[in-house]
Design a protein. Sequence first.
Length: 214
Amino acid sequence: MDEHLHPRRVEILRYLARRSGTGGPPSIREVGTAVGLRSSQSVYYHLRKLEEEGYVAREGGMARALRLTEKGWEASGRMALLGRTAAGRGLEAVAFGDEAYSLAAELLASRSGGRRYLLRVVGQSMVGARIEDGDLLVVEEDEAPPDGAVVVALLRGGEEVTVKRLRREGASVRLRPENGDHEEIVVPAEEVRVQGRVVYVVHPPRRGPSGEGP
């Protein structure tokens, strides 16, 4: 959380985070009611300041089409879901989304100082590492993780993103699945860009609690 941010603006950011993905942005009156501001002018003032400081943005210039920026998600204390990653051969990268999940503080805190974000898994190629279709990965930015780490990597000039176990072999990189039904991906090192390493796997509620990453 941004310690220098006005407490009322933090409340507004948290409210916008809770409302994200629930059927459209709230009205000015709804924002005011949620954070205890009776005056619409006060709500407008705080929203304008949040916009000026880069915490929120307006889609198409519409008054009600507010969305949290990445900076806003961080200040709200929640994590934005950035997209999907394939536990398979590869999947086109997905643009930033506004879906978010409130996680325990220890999941958000990075020991190395790298930024953390969420990706949703599509596919079953990493089931041997307890990463299954529909799981959420907490990924920490790291362009040089150790061999053996489970990483999120970009292929084909950034057109595909996949999650695999990393092995470096001279001028090549081997991305290994954890499922015998899937083939390894072996490509020249210059054709792979490692985005980060998986530090936690968050399973859907029906399948049990979150667990530390592989």
